[in-house]
Design a protein around this ligand. Structure first.
Ligand code: ADP
Ligand code: MG
Length: 711
């Protein structure tokens, strides 16, 4: 039972009404003036549940209605907002199945025609609005009857009654069914008026002053209802900075935790290791290889943990760089583990490296899922006893049963095919081993500053001498016979060919079926006189081994394969690759595949057989024919797919960036990175009281980063 207050005065009765007046940013959006229960359900469809969600539901774009375009001045080609009175409405039917609704508006300077396709019901709606003013946004074009705007966005223009959509910069929000711009504008205004004082400022004042960043309240207001386009830009800059600053703080902390000084292994660089390396290599190292090897060696010599990303285009020779690191580790009595994403690649590394290392008495073992239990047991024993110096394998390496005697170096090849957890698991097999991750596809700067922002980066920007750029052609399906004739000619010259089968992502079974069909067709009808083999992921390990061995030895002319050969496979005599149904492949993947040729002295070719069925696929195919440069391709890929889809960023535990435009905002990204890394250097635990709010936000947002030192 409640006790009576000692002072005896009447207390306020706590009821539902006082709950709703107790305002926080976590209050349900329903309590914002003008929302209510029904509208809150509509807002829920947009992911808006509480007041904070609403305040941070930013407009898709803004329209500068303080400077409406005059129809009479338009030249065509520009994106414009115009306002005019509806003077005529009609539906026209230029051919069967097509209805165009045309609406003429007059703004005093001229008349523009707005048109919509196959929405005949619009006619009645506009007809009823004759004589009223509407506002329209779209691309102006010069048509037969003057200025036309196709499929514009529009709304009624109620200048007198609705100050939120009148002569000013007006927000245009992402909407959902049952929600109109006008309503949204009102609700947001009410939320701003009622709650903005509750929004905490997380950026310290001195930082804001120094970098000329708006304070949070002003920035929020201006994100919605900017005083001018300039104010909008400044508000955006503030939000982008905050978003990236939090991210960079998290990255700086993670990096600091990884390389806490003195916790790693200080490898002693053996005096003669470069001679040893040279003695096992059949070629001279390129300048770029030497440079990155030196970078790695000096990392390994430091008492901190190496955490380095080696980036180098397909065929640039990353494997020997890994070998150099392995030699250093072995020279210090440490084991190395090299993890590759496919069994074929692991086997190839195993064959190549064990051959090179046999002369200098370094014991190499292979560990892949398809080995027999007995083989595995024997290998595991040698690994655990320390007899093995280098273990090469697939995901099988991170299985629980794998124990190392003294793991000092972890190398992950084609690292974008692994998730962070898998990399961490392999690292966890040793006691603070050095880590080198390698990737064939260069990573655009935006990602090296974000997702990979806690890694040091080495770049091989030079191919081994004598390589000729691959010539890439795009052919349609009915030109296939000519393509095969070309392949035949190259084989007659002594080369070998890959034919890559269509990608069928939905089902491995279907993919294998397609590959088998193509193989049978080629072997019995097109090239009955040549040696054709088939390779796919469902074959037994020994079968795959045999096929690859025979192809490597030049005993197979044409290898028909699924994407199992996508990464790493290295047969320099193969000089032509035909990719069937190339439109089904992503850019990065095609570039990787293409990298299987052009690895030797011969002029190489890549033929993309595809009937492009969308603008996207045509764009990808065109990029492939235009450039061999992995960097350009990676940037194009990022543009087409967006950063979220890119290189397993989704597995990386990184929350999405909401306001940042990863292409446009690189200067802010660099600034935020510099500031964040500096502050972590000065105040590694973020103990300064002015950083308290910031720290709290960061830890909440980046909880998956497990920032132990500050949490
Ligand atoms: P990637 O960077 O794609 O992993 P690899 O390490 O597989 O490239 O090397 C591609 C090919 O180039 C291999 O056949 C390798 O032996 C060869 N190679 C690597 N470095 C050199 C070099 N410095 N000179 C000549 N050939 C080299
Ligand atoms: Mg490789």
């Amino acid at each position: 039972m409640a006790t009576k207050p000692a002072h005896g005065l009447a207390t306020h009765k706590k009821g539902p009404s006082s709950v709703s007046t107790y305002k926080t940013l976590d209050s349900p959006v329903q309590y914002v003036k003008g929302v209510g229960e029904r509208m809150s359900r509509v807002l829920g469809k947009l992911g808006i549940f509480d007041v904070r969600d609403l305040l941070y539901h930013f407009p898709r774009r803004h329209e500068d209605r303080s400077r409406l375009a005059r129809i009479g001045n338009l030249r065509g080609g520009e994106e414009v907002t115009v306002a005019g009175t509806i003077v005529a409405v009609d539906n026209v039917r230029p051919r069967t199945g097509l209805v165009i609704t045309k609406v003429a508006i007059d703004d005093g300077s001229g008349v523009a025609t707005l048109s919509w396709f196959n929405q005949h019901y619009l006619k009645d709606r506009f007809f009823k609005m004759r004589g009223r003013e509407i506002i329209a946004y779209g691309t102006a074009q010069v048509g037969r009857w003057g200025i036309e705007i196709q499929s514009p966005e529009w709304e009624e223009f109620k200048e007198d009654t609705d100050p939120l959509s009148a002569k000013r910069v007006v927000p245009v929000y992402p909407l959902t069914e049952g929600l109109f711009q006008g309503t949204m504008r009102k609700i947001v205004t009410n939320a701003l008026d009622g709650y903005i004082d509750l929004v905490p400022e997380v950026l310290p004042e001195d930082l804001r002053d120094r970098l000329d960043l708006m304070d949070i309240k002003e920035a929020l207001r201006n994100m919605h209802f900017p005083e001018s386009m300039e104010a909008l830009e400044a508000a955006r800059r503030r939000h982008v900075f905050e978003e990236l600053y939090l991210l960079q703080l998290a990255l700086a902390l993670r990096k600091r935790e990884i390389d806490t000084p003195g916790h790693g292994i200080s490898f002693v660089i053996p005096d003669n290791w470069k001679e040893t390396l040279r003695s096992v290599l059949p070629f001279e190292l390129t300048g770029a290889q030497q440079r990155v090897i030196n970078e790695i060696a000096s990392d390994m010599a430091r008492p901190d943990c190496m955490n380095r990303l080696l980036q180098g285009d397909v065929g640039s020779g990353k494997t020997v760089v890994a070998l150099a690191a392995i030699l250093i580790a072995a020279g210090n009595g440490y084991q190395s583990a090299l993890m590759a994403p496919t069994e074929i690649l692991a086997e190839q590394h195993y064959l190549g490296l064990s051959e090179m290392l046999s002369s200098i008495d370094i014991k190499v073992d292979l560990l892949i899922g398809s080995m027999t239990a007995r083989e595995k047991r024997a290998a595991l024993k040698r690994i655990a006893s320390g007899e093995t110096s280098l273990v090469i394998g697939t995901h099988a390496l991170i299985q629980e049963s794998v124990e190392f005697a003294k793991l000092g170096l972890v190398i992950v090849d084609e690292q974008h095919r692994f998730g962070v957890l898998q990399r961490a698991a392999l690292k966890g097999k040793g006691l603070n081993p050095d880590v080198l991750v390698m990737t064939a596809t260069p990573i655009p700067r935006t990602l090296t500053l974000t997702v990979y922002g806690d890694l040091e980066i080495s770049i091989i920007d030079e191919l081994p001498p004598g390589r000729k750029p691959i010539k890439t052609h795009w052919k349609t399906a009915d030109e296939r016979d000519r393509v095969y004739q070309g392949v035949r000619k190259l084989i007659a010259e002594g080369r070998q060919a890959y034919v890559v089968c269509p990608l069928i992502e939905e089902s491995e079974k279907l993919q294998v079926k397609a590959a088998t069909e193509i193989y049978e067709h080629l072997a019995s009808e097109v090239f009955p006189d040549l040696r054709v083999s088939l390779l796919h992921g469902q074959m037994k390990t020994w079968e795959k081994e045999m096929v690859m061995k025979s192809f490597r030895a030049g005993e197979t002319d044409i290898l028909v394969s699924t994407t199992v050969i996508e990464v790493g496979v290295d047969v320099p005599n193969a000089s032509v690759m035909v990719i069937e149904d190339a439109h089904r492949f992503g850019l990065a993947q095609m570039h990787q595949l293409r990298g299987r040729v052009g690895r030797g002295e011969y002029q190489s070719y890549c033929v993309l057989v595809a009937d492009a069925n969308s603008d996207d696929s045509a764009a990808r195919l065109r990029v492939m024919t235009q450039t061999n440069d992995g960097f350009t391709i990676a940037e194009e890929d990022l543009k087409i797919r967006g950063p979220g889809e890119f290189y397993g960023t989704r597995q990386s535990g990184m929350p999405a960036l909401n306001v940042t435009d990863i292409f446009r905002d690189i200067p802010i990204l660099e600034l935020a990175r510099k500031e964040a890394f500096e502050i972590i250097k000065r105040d590694p635990k973020l103990t300064d009281p002015s950083l308290r709010a910031l720290k709290k936000d960061m830890l909440k947002k980046y909880k998956d980063f497990q920032l132990a030192a500050v949490s």
